[in-house]
Design a protein around this ligand. Sequence first.
Ligand SMILES: *Cc1c(COP(=O)(O)O)cnc(C)c1O
Length: 349
Amino acid sequence: MTTASLRIDLDAILSNWRALDALSGTATQTAAVVKADCYGLGASRIARMLARNGVRTFFVACAEEGATLRQIVGEAPEIFILSGHCAGDTEMIGDLSLTPVLNSAEQMHRHFEALPGAAFGIQLDTGMNRLGFEASDWFAAAPAVLAAGPKLIMSHLACSDEADHPMNRQQLTEFKRMTEGMKVPRSLSATGGILLGSEFHFDLVRPGIGLYAGRPFEAGTPAVTLSLPVIQTREVHPGETVGYSNAWTAETETRVATVAAGYADGLSRRLGNVATLWAGDIPCPVIGKVSMDLITVDITHLDEVPDALDLIGPNQRVDAIGDLIGTIGYEILTSLGHRYQRSYVGGAA
Ligand SMILES: *Cc1c(COP(=O)(O)O)cnc(C)c1O
């Protein structure tokens, strides 16, 4: 059986991490956010490569991801759990030396009681209203927290993908106000914040999407190629239709290629009649609906039938695909399914 192939360039990922590390300067540590299995691309290879190449601090969403990551990267790196210390996580956190980022007084009490003396970070809410201590709770808890020696105090920017958004500066001011004079390492920025400049960098930055050159780090090196094999071609005559619901009708003689991937592989049905696949540098329009396992493409203008057509590659990054269907590159990446034949290139350290 021919399956679609997802090719992940570990050298490109490392060069993107290094570029972000260079942007954030020598006084700032550059961590890596590897939640959701490295944004769907595979922590077992990517996080391992990053750890071997000097990344000392990782962030994941939950304790289960932390447990998996601990086995991949070994004992040395620090692994922060962004959801904090949730009920039922104590054994995993304790056994595997995970570092929860405590988000509330409730989590703080849970952590201090269950694992006295164990490492932790703190998340502050500076306006996003998603996770973290609000200012009044924080100032009440701060004396006890600071006495226990947090590894990191962090917050997260809501609008850092828009450089001119006033929210960025507002959150910066609030973060400074909430952490003034506290002698604890601080972190405010993900990929977007790194690009906002040195004021936003503090002691540690937390890039995720930038490792794959996703927006807003479009200056990075593309790291992902998704190639869909052509499994059949046919000539379609004027007036004939293609695919479910007759959603596309030929106006002229058309050569149609059927490629093997569909919405069961995370390629949204909304890409039907909208997206473009690429034969090298030549764009080929998707025609008709996206099926569960198949997509139909107009290749009339190609001289030869290609072995495969690319959906993701240097000519069309995940953000461009997201734009077509009203979402973001992050969602395109994390939706990619499990049927692809995944291959990793580079990464020798
Ligand atoms: C996901 C996440 C990041 C990484 O964000 P990117 O935009 O992918 O760089 C950093 N910090 C927190 C709290 C996150 O949830």
